[in-house]
Write a protein that binds this ligand. Structure first.
Ligand code: ITT
Length: 197
């Protein structure tokens, strides 16, 4: 029987993306599907601490194996902003349209448009934490292109790609994705530790 893991997130796009990698290996259920309706605060200044907090709270609530992830877009010329505040860049509402508008405004006239997405996964098995990260480098486009995906996808062109994340289907995004890379590390770890043994 496949092991069930609660994915401590309220972001359905993250669930879809991570499920596509863990499919057939783990049964992943979201907070909503687990009947848990909480939005864990993310009070820290690092992805690592916020990821840890989300999985910690859900483990304390349920006592079950779970994982979370915190992610963000880090822009070179903006000293790593929006970074850990990516979801709330233009205000607490987590409005992707407004976040993108603000980003493009901040990037106005900037020649260096290099950026990277970074994901930190916090896995808790029997309450023990292990973290995995994944990075995807790229550039911020001048205009929005495409409507797939979520968040900053319409303005992110991954290095080695010829279209934005929002112009890719999930399989294409997975060829580059920070989230995919972090999830692969998670799978490698599970394989090496032969869990659940
Ligand atoms: P949970 O905390 O419930 O998991 P969230 O959407 O609040 O969901 P984060 O706090 O980790 O998640 O914020 C991540 C934000 O970074 C997300 O809302 C997007 O704006 C951006 N982001 C992360 N990964 C992305 C991706 O693959 N494509 C586009 N934007 C991404």
């Amino acid at each position: 029987m496949m092991t069930t893991l609660i994915f401590a997130t309220n972001n359905d796009n993250k669930v879809k993306e991570i499920r596509s990698v863990l499919q057939g290996k783990f049964h992943v259920i979201s907070l909503k599907e687990a009947g848990i309706f909480v939005d864990v605060p993310e009070p820290y200044n690092t992805l690592e601490e916020n990821a840890s907090e989300k999985s910690r709270v859900i483990y304390l609530m349920t006592g079950k194996d779970c994982f979370s992830e915190d992610s963000g877009l880090e822009v070179n010329v903006l000293d790593g902003a929006p970074g850990v505040r990516s979801a709330r860049y233009a205000g607490d509402a987590n409005n992707p349209e407004m976040n993108i508008e603000k980003l493009l405004h901040e990037m106005d006239g900037k020649v260096d448009r290099r950026a990277r997405f970074r994901t930190v996964i916090s896995l808790r098995l029997f309450g023990q934490e292990k973290q995995f990260d994944g990075i995807c480098t790229g550039t911020i486009t001048m205009l929005q292109q495409g409507s797939a995906g979520f968040g900053y996808d319409p303005v992110f062109l991954p290095d080695g790609g010829d279209k934005t994340f929002a112009e890719m289907d999930l399989a294409e995004k997975n060829l580059f994705s920070h989230r995919k890379k972090a999830t692969e590390k998670f799978l490698d770890y599970i394989k090496e530790s032969s869990w659940p043994g």
